[in-house]
Design a protein. Structure first.
Length: 630
């Protein structure tokens, strides 16, 4: 019941949070649209005023004194404009010298004045250069005007032409960023929120608005000391790629909404672009301000849940005690049964209910346990005997494999076999007759006792047949015919047989579906072999034998598929590339190694690769080193 109530509460809280989130998004997207519309209207109004005044400037273009008087009159008619300025090309009016920039400020009683001078060389200012290049005018990036307004401003600038359509200068209107901030402050305190949320300085409880330019610098912000001095990038975690991308999108003029930590505050951020100026406007709504109204409702719901759970707890406790009291006696009897006392008495249950059925089940279980323990003892004894016989069989099988190797001046030979189970299906063998080395390696299909029996038969046939035959092709054909006879189980053995003339080092060999041997010289390469049919799959198969000339220092390495298919805990196999690299390490040392070195190098590398992964197949290796005859 507790889990059910928690799930229900979670669903209700989730629905509540989702509704609040959707409502919040709709609300502040509406606020954003209102802000964009109002700011665009303000900027359009200032732009329109500037375009109207420039007509007056054109009228008095030949009379600078009347033009200055006209600016004094126009500035009093529009409270939006902080100041007008007209900057002319060098020496346009010779009587005023090289620099002539007329300026009229809104917040002063002075007359229009010339502020152009060598110290204020407006001819190199960005607003002047771009103003001449623009056709319909443009809004400048905010800047600090230390001559006219002595304040942070932005200006709408248009080119000024004479009667011959030649550019004679630029005309512009200034807008103070403080005035822009006041407009945002009015929006912050309008009908969209009331009461404590009106405190703009307390960002934890109310939203606030800021504007940034294309570099991310604050143009407008509730904290005026940040304007034109700080960048929005310094108020986010720049190691957070997601937040960085949001700020980049905002600077590039995209619009959207997201949740992020900005200025150390976890908040919803809504942003869009002012098309007139390419500035970005953002509304920051602290999460606390969003979820604070929902906390009392959630708290009340949790309180009701807790009270309900307490009532349910005491009600259920009383009823459960009456039901489970007989179970205590049954549990004591069960403990005795668990200790091995299968004859322990069970309590009498008066009521014919579920507990009574449980008691009868325990009684039946006692009888079943007694019988089961008796059967288990017998089965354990049989398994112990079987495992003993299996270990003996494994020992006998391993005794068939050579464990001592010849110490000769003409060859060095070494073999290794590690079965995956107690008994396996791999084999290797060798013997020397008439100055010839007869050797073989094989891998029987399947696992367990059938594979071990076929392995023993293959080993026996190799010894018998090779004792009187020298041709590897004929030896393999005889073995195949004998193993294929009456092979209803279709078991088979991949097999490689070689005959090495110890005097001439001529190797004759026949392959029956086995892994290609490896020839190690200054490089590690596979010996080309005919695949042929595996032993035991069909009588009368005509095998093909091959031969190749070996030289002193050559190494012949034979293996079963347990080498390449040895897998680690991630089920990745050892594979041919790792096997060749392991052997190449010995070759690169530059001296002839013993046969055992090649085998142990591979065994150690396989063990390091598979680590604690269980061995899945038998691992068999044989190395033969051709030595110079002493």
């Amino acid at each position: 019941m507790l889990v059910t109530l928690v799930v229900i509460a979670g669903i209700i809280i989730g629905i509540t949070f989702s509704a609040i989130k959707n409502t919040t998004d709709d609300r502040y997207e509406s606020v954003m649209n209102m802000i964009d519309e109002k700011l665009e209207r303000i900027l359009a109004t200032e732009e329109l005023c500037a375009r109207n005044v420039i007509d007056e400037v054109y009228y008095w273009l030949d009379s600078p004194e009347m033009m200055m008087q006209s600016l004094e009159n126009e500035i009093k008619l529009n409270n939006y404009i902080e100041g007008y300025f007209i900057a002319f090309e060098p020496n346009h009016y010779p009587q005023y010298g090289r620099w002539f920039e007329v300026y009229m400020n809104q917040n002063t009683d002075e007359h229009a004045r010339n502020i152009g001078s060598p110290d204020h060389d407006y001819l190199n200012k960005e607003w002047y250069i771009k103003g001449k290049e623009s056709k319909n005018g443009f809004w400048t990036d905010p800047y600090f005007d230390d001559i006219g307004q002595n304040d942070n401003i932005c200006s709408f600038v248009m080119p000024l032409y004479d009667k011959r359509d030649s550019i004679v200068g630029v005309f512009g209107a200034d807008m103070s960023l403080k005035w822009l901030a006041k407009e945002l402050e009015i929006i912050n305190t309008d009908s969209y929120h009331t009461g404590a949320l009106r405190n703009i300085a307390s960002k934890d409880y109310g939203f606030y608005i800021f504007i940034i330019n294309r570099e991310g610098t604050f143009i407008a912000h509730p904290q005026w000391e940040r304007v034109m001095k700080e960048n929005v990038l310094s108020y986010i975690d720049q190691h957070n790629e997601r937040d960085m991308q949001v700020i980049v999108d905002m600077i590039q003029g995209k619009e959207g909404r997201t949740s992020m930590v900005i200025d150390g505050l976890w908040a919803n951020v809504y942003y869009s672009q002012l098309e007139t100026t390419n500035w970005s406007v953002a509304i920051v709504v602290p999460k606390r301000a969003i979820w604070l109204p929902a906390l009392p409702l959630i708290g009340l719901m949790l309180l009701v849940m807790v009270i309900g759970m307490v009532v349910i707890y005491f009600f259920c406790r009383s009823n459960i005690r009456q039901v489970v009291s007989p179970l205590n006696a049954l549990a004591d009897s069960a403990d005795e049964v668990a200790k091995g006392n299968f004859d322990a008495p069970l309590p009498d249950i008066e009521h014919k209910d579920e507990v009574c059925k449980l008691r009868d089940s325990f009684a039946a279980m006692q009888q079943s346990l007694e019988q089961y323990m008796q059967d288990l003892k017998e089965q354990t004894a049989k398994e112990a005997a079987f495992n003993y016989e299996l270990n003996v069989a494994g020992g006998l099988q391993m005794s068939m494999i050579p464990h001592t190797f010849p110490k000769r001046s003409d060859i060095d030979l070494y073999g290794y076999l590690k079965p995956a189970k107690s008994i396996g299906g791999d084999l290797y063998d060798y013997f020397i007759r008439d100055d010839k080395l007869f050797f073989c390696i094989g891998d029987v299909s399947g696992k367990g006792i059938p594979a071990a029996l076929l392995m023993a038969a293959t080993h026996y046939l190799f010894r018998i047949t090779s004792g009187h035959q020298n041709d590897p092709k004929r030896i393999v054909e005889i073995m195949n015919d004998l193993l294929s006879a009456d092979n209803d189980a279709l078991m088979f053995c991949t097999f490689f047989l070689g005959v090495l003339d110890l005097k001439t080092h001529l190797l004759k060999y026949c392959n029956a579906g086995h892994e290609c041997p490896i020839l190690i010289t200054s490089e590690v390469n596979m010996i080309p072999v005919e695949c042929n049919l595996a032993l035991g799959l069909g009588e009368g198969f005509a095998y093909k034998s091959e031969e190749m000339q070996l030289s002193p220092g050559n190494v012949l390495l034979l293996s079963t598929d347990g080498l390449k298919e040895a897998a680690n805990e991630e089920l990745k196999p050892f594979e041919k590339q790792r096997m060749n690299a392991s052997l190449q390490q010995i070759v690169d040392k530059g001296h002839t190694a013993a046969a055992a070195d090649y085998v142990h190098q591979l065994v150690d590398d396989v063990a390091a690769f598979v680590k604690d992964a269980p061995q899945s197949d038998d691992l068999t290796l044989m190395a033969i080193v051709i030595k110079t005859t002493i």
